[in-house]
Design a protein around this ligand. Sequence first.
Ligand code: ADP
Ligand code: ZN
Length: 220
Amino acid sequence: MIIIMLGAPGTGKGTVAGILSEKLGIPQVSTGDIFRKNIKEETELGKIAEEYISKGKLVPDNITIEIVKDRLNEKDVENGVILDGFPRTLGQAEELEKILIKDNKKVDMVINLTTPEEEIIERVSNRRVCSNQDCKAVYNVVLNPPKEEGICDKCGSHLVKREDDNPETTKKRIQTYLDLTDPLIEYYTNKGNLFTEVVSKNTKLGKQVAEDIVSKIKGE
Ligand code: ADP
Ligand code: ZN
């Protein structure tokens, strides 16, 4: 099963994707995580990616597509994958379709998460992520705090704030989303596999949204 997570920054793509991955037993592939790992390891890709990410811009399509293409060739994603943060442009979506068609595959489900904009800024500034690259658990110090302040429940590593999770860069990221990623909603609506969920402190948080999606997929 191939699932795509769509949504502006801070809507909970990573959180929902992580739970789906665990419950459905299919790997989560996050382009943001791949870039951050490369930045931390100071690779060539990391150096290029950082220039864009720190400005709230997207890493260019040709670079991003190559990375995803390579990742989708690995054995663990043979039976399915949750793409978290890819595609993010129409060009990427069209390229993905071409990659999948070669293997007689298609995108089965697109989960579009939406959150009121004023809540996004708050969610992003309250977000903390696990510094352990193999864990990458995500917390919110108000809505989903760890049991012990600053420490990951799952692996005990320190929690950190992402460099780009400041209000200024977040505003740019939201604008980038509106300009380049929002058109994908129409693209996938036309394909008939888009499924929208509101993530908000006034309705449901990511965890609940993920549980509901799992039930829906399992037909419960
Ligand atoms: P968020 O959705 O909160 O912005 P991500 O971890 O998905 O977090 O992405 C972080 C940054 O990585 C993005 O702002 C962008 O610069 C870069 N990025 C991630 N995925 C893509 C992609 N598919 N295409 C281009 N850039 C990407
Ligand atoms: Zn952790």
